[in-house]
Each structure stands twice: as structure tokens, then as C-alpha cells.
Write a protein that binds this ligand. Sequence first.
Ligand SMILES: C[S@@+](CC[C@H](N)C(=O)[O-])C[C@H]1O[C@@H](n2cnc3c(N)ncnc32)[C@H](O)[C@@H]1O
Length: 449
Amino acid sequence: MPTLNWIGKEGETLDRHDRWLSMMYPRLVLLKQFLREDGAIFISIDDNEVATLRLLMDEIFGAQNFVATVMWQKVYSPKNSARHLSEDHDYIVIYAAKADSWKPNLLPRTDQQNAAYKNPDKDPRGVWKTSDLSARNYYSAGTYSITCPSGRVIDAPPKGMYWRVSKEKFEELDKDNRIWWGKDGSAIPQIKRFLHEVKDGRVPQTMWFYGEVGHTQEGKKELLELVDFDTSDDVFITPKPTRLIQRILQIATDKDSIVLDSFAGSGTTGHAVLKQNNEDGGARRFIQVEMDPGIAKTVTAGRMSRVVTGYTNAKGQAIDGLGAGFQFCRLSAEPLFDAEGQIRRDVTFAQLAEFVWFAETGTGLSSAKRGKADSPLLGVHEGRAIYLLYNGILKDRSVAGGNVLTGPVFDVLPRFAGPKVIYAAANRMGGRAVREGITFKQTPYALEV
Ligand SMILES: C[S@@+](CC[C@H](N)C(=O)[O-])C[C@H]1O[C@@H](n2cnc3c(N)ncnc32)[C@H](O)[C@@H]1O
């Protein structure tokens, strides 16, 4: 049961943050249900709502599943018209389904990083770079004196520092030509780290600079090359660059992952998935959801078509398609819930029953019952019976036409000896509910729409 009052009372004026919370809460709850056990969610957000989002995510995903907040440098030049400070960045807030077992992939090493490795002594093991032999961490065996090949004696590590390895280990490293004494053999010794022995990649960091992942202008340019907009007002203000989404894919996906973007907008995510597949031979698939039918058709799907099949750009150059393909589906059913999260008046018992069953069990209702459920007992799943009281299913035997769980209503429900989950508008059974093994869930809030 959510503890957050996300709907607000009737007649109450919601402020901007409340409205944003009301909009996001049910969507995030639903997204959590879609996440694989080893999955993670990346949310791009600006400073207006990042604090609110963190609280919301702590509530829904659990504070223990917070992974990191990335700062993305989204612009390359300051806005002189800024009222206060010119904003350079957005955030990407990351939560995992289970942060303690979630592991990001390493990122490919950059040429710049590799360029730091050299081979001045022509070591047959290849290029290397040095790392300090001394560190600040106290190490009782790290205070010995060292004699350099040139004969210079170094009495002890630099003040306040300790050699990282014991004297025995140091001698072993030196024997294996893993100590660098400088060109004339008298420098403070350093340890040689060979490129072929370092991790095959770099640990992702939390500062993402546009040089590596692109900025909003780059995102806009990519989009304008792929979609013709009628007026410049129609152009998305802040489409993401594909390189930014590719960075997320590199960190958080396997080559066969399914990537969901429920706020698809200009379709950067689908584009980035196909690009990443092309670059690393992956077979990732994507699902993009866009609420606005006009945007979905002309922008999201329009872009994807050109990305897949190829196009001619403004300079008349033919750009090859990335291949693969996609299916465009339109949801034609009316939503079950209105904008405030209340069940819409014309929703039937059978329709809500399907939703309740899915929310409770994560599975579909049996085909016999699909669209035809007509008993408050929807079925038994993993030893628990699932009931729904809604829309007068009990033919008005009770308070508010059978939507409220009372003692007399319970007495006429189909019996089940084991634990029961009952969805209803309210619970008036008091302590008896516990004695009868009932877990009560209040509609519509518990439906986690
Ligand atoms: C800020 S844009 C996304 C930008 C996107 N990342 C890009 O690179 O273009 C947000 C989009 O989400 C859509 N949207 C908002 N609420 C939605 C919902 N509940 N379901 C699906 N799409 C939604 C909006 O119509 C809008 O196109």
C-alpha cells in the first residue's frame, strides 16, 4: 500500500511539485513492475524536480536500491540570459531493482587512457605506466630503506607515507623488472603497470561530459536530420543525443537486453539501441511508448523508419540504414483510470478483474475468464485466493453497492480456506479480517497503476 498521498483531496489546489508527483508516482510504480531482477532504471531529470524524484524513487524502489546520480554536461556554452546561473547540466538518476547485486558493465578504455602507457625500456611484456610505490595508508611493513641501482640510498618513504608493499614483495617485483628507477637508476622507485594486465575497461563515473556523450544541440541536430517539422515550435526542445543513451546501454545492458523507454518523445532511445547494436554486434530490442499520437506517428516512428531503412540528408548525401526493424502498435482501448488515478465510471468488472489479477500475480487471467470474469473470486494463485469487489458484483448486498468489504459481504463471498487477498473500496470488517486471513487492498490506490 503506498504511503504517499499522491492524489490530493478533492478541491485541493495542487502546486507544481504535487502535480508532477501525481503524474509520476503511478508511472514509476508500473515501471518497477516491468524491471527484470537484474535491471536498472535511468531517469533523466533537471534541477526542478530532481530532489522530489529522489524521494519518490526512495519510496517506490527503496532507498537501498539507489545507485548514483550522474551529472550530464548538456550544453557547451553559457547562456548569458540566465536569471541566476547558467545551467550546464541535467541529472540522470539511477536505481536498480536490487542495487546490492547490480553490476554496471565497464566502459571501453579511451585512446587517451591507452596513450599514457609507454615502453621506454622496451619491456617484452609491452607498454606500461608507473604507479606510486608509496601511499598515505598506514602499513607497518612499509617503512624500510631502499638502495637504488645507482647506489643512492632512500632511507624511508616520503614523510607521512608508507611503501605499499613489504620489502620481500618489493624485491620480488624488482627481480621481475617491475620496478622503474628512472632513466638514470636513482629516482624514487615506482611500480610498472602493464596495459595488458589492467582491467579491460574503465569503471563508469558520475560526471558525463559532452565530449564523450554529446549535448542537447547534438541531439537536436540528429533529430532534425531525421524528421521534418512543420514549424520550429514543433521541434523538441531537449532531445537527448544518441551518444548519451548509448552510454547508458553500454553500462546497463547485455547484448540481448530489452530496453524500455516509456517517455519516448523523439525516439532517441530506439535510435541509440540500433546504433549500439551496430557498433558491438548486439541484438538488443527496444520498446518505446509515446502518449501523444501525433508525436508517436510522425516523430518517434518517423525517425525510426528512416534510421532503419536509410535516408538522404539535407546535403543530399545518402545515409545507410542501420537495418533491423520495428513494429508500430496503437493502443486503442480506453484507459481504466482517469488523470487523477480514479477508476473510470464505465470500466466493467471483467476489465478491472484482468488488471487486478495481473497487478497481484504478474500473470494473465486464464483464457476462459479473460474479459468474462463474473465472480468476486478471481482465482487462486500460489495458495492465495484473490477477490475483487467492484461495480456491484454482489448485486447490491452491501454498503455502496457491493464495493465495500463488510462482515455480511464476506459471508456471501465464495469460500476459500487459505489466505485471501481482497480488493475493495474500503474495509469495514475490523479485527475479523485478520482472523479470517484476509489481506485487504484498497481500490484504486493499491492497484499501483
Ligand atoms: C521530454 S520528452 C522525451 C524526450 C526524449 N528522451 C527524447 O530524446 O526526445 C517526453 C515525452 O514523453 C511523452 N509522455 C509524457 N507522459 C507520457 C506517458 N504517461 N506515457 C507515454 N509518453 C508520455 C510526451 O508526450 C513527450 O513526447
